[in-house]
Design a protein. Structure first.
Length: 343
């Protein structure tokens, strides 16, 4: 391996690591606030990528009808659980039904094939991201106080349902989108692709935005309070249900944006999100499902390990990445205090 190959592999590793970092941050956030190990995180990535590919092909995205159906079910759930003076059904009607129908009408009227790439990306976010809060309302909010194992089982079931809908909507064929930048930046003897710079810049910008959101905004501080102490946050007037919906909104935003960044780099299939999400989960485990900086650092490590192992042992690159969990779990097991030992 010469220096140029080393630099190319490092570039690929950092690029993939930037995407894994976003997924890891989303997984840590969801677990901290809701205690849910969010297995379907990768499905938002796949749906975002394939919806963008559908728009680039000039076709009406069928994910809009999933959004309309999920919104109608969420509205029905809100109506069934409503009590006078406790819920604002008007807002639920506006968000869960009026918005998806208006978006469907807009997409039907727009000349999708001729739209600019950034507008197509914005439409993709508008379609897929609202499914996050709806998913929480339908699948997790009714059992929010259940044990972690029950929530994990529900998350696996949701993942299987989303994969099935993905096959129904997008079909078994994969898709790849156009890069956001065709530029080539020469750094010494290495050519750095413009889309690679877009991926890294977008990841850094989103991480910075999340830091500002959690440190400087009232709603972000409310989510932090819920993550630290759910009971205390409830006593201070912070609604766990509202915190859960906002958390899933942020997770869906991160997942969909990750799909937009990944799709120009590799062919995405309806079930590709699961494997990519698992690599983000490995990074989240390195962070103990609690530390955002460690999760981000673990994501870069996962990306580099995957890139270099694909050069030396491509058949075992996924095995080597997932084996990274073992020493981390052993170390954390040795350093943690168990209840039985304290008793």
């Amino acid at each position: 391996m010469d220096a140029q190959i080393f630099a190319l592999l490092a570039q690929d590793g950092v690029t993939n690591g930037a995407v894994y970092a976003l997924l890891a941050l989303a997984l840590v956030l969801v677990f901290a606030v809701t205690r849910i190990i969010f297995i379907p995180q990768g499905e938002f990535l796949a749906w975002g990528a394939l919806t963008m590919a559908t728009l680039e092909a000039g076709r009406f995205p069928a994910t809009v009808w999933i959004l309309v159906g999920a919104g109608a079910l969420a509205l029905a759930a809100d109506f069934a659980a409503s009590q006078p003076g406790r819920r604002r059904l008007g807002q639920s009607l506006l968000w869960n039904l009026a918005y998806p129908l208006a978006l469907a009408a807009l997409l039907w009227l727009l000349p999708l094939a001729t739209l600019p790439a950034l507008l197509k990306a914005a439409l993709t976010l508008a379609i897929v991201v609202p499914m996050g809060p709806m998913l929480y309302r339908l699948a997790f909010q009714p059992v929010a106080e259940a044990p972690v194992l029950v929530l994990l089982i529900i998350a696996v079931a949701v993942h299987l349902v989303m994969v099935g809908f993905g096959l129904l909507v997008f079909g078994p064929e994969g898709a790849r989108t156009l890069p956001f930048s065709e530029a080539q930046i020469e750094v010494g003897s290495l050519l750095v692709g413009g889309h690679t710079m877009v991926v890294i810049a977008a990841s850094l910008a989103l991480i910075g935005g999340l830091y500002y959101y959690f440190e400087r905004t009232l709603t972000g501080k409310a989510l932090r309070a819920t993550a630290i102490n759910r009971t205390g946050a409830r006593l201070m007037g912070i609604s766990p249900a509202l915190a859960g919906r906002r958390t899933f909104f942020v997770a869906a935003l991160i997942g969909t944006l990750s799909g937009l960044l990944v799709a120009p780099l590799t062919t995405v299939y309806y079930d590709s999100g699961f494997m990519i999400g698992l690599k983000g989960f490995v990074a989240a485990i390195i962070g103990g499902l609690a530390s955002y900086p460690l999760a981000a650092g673990g994501a870069v490590l996962v990306g580099l390990l995957e890139s270099f192992s694909s050069f030396w042992a491509s058949a075992f690159k996924d095995v080597l990445v997932f084996m990274l969990i073992l020493p981390v779990l052993m170390w954390r097991s040795l350093k943690s205090h168990h209840v039985e030992e304290e008793e």
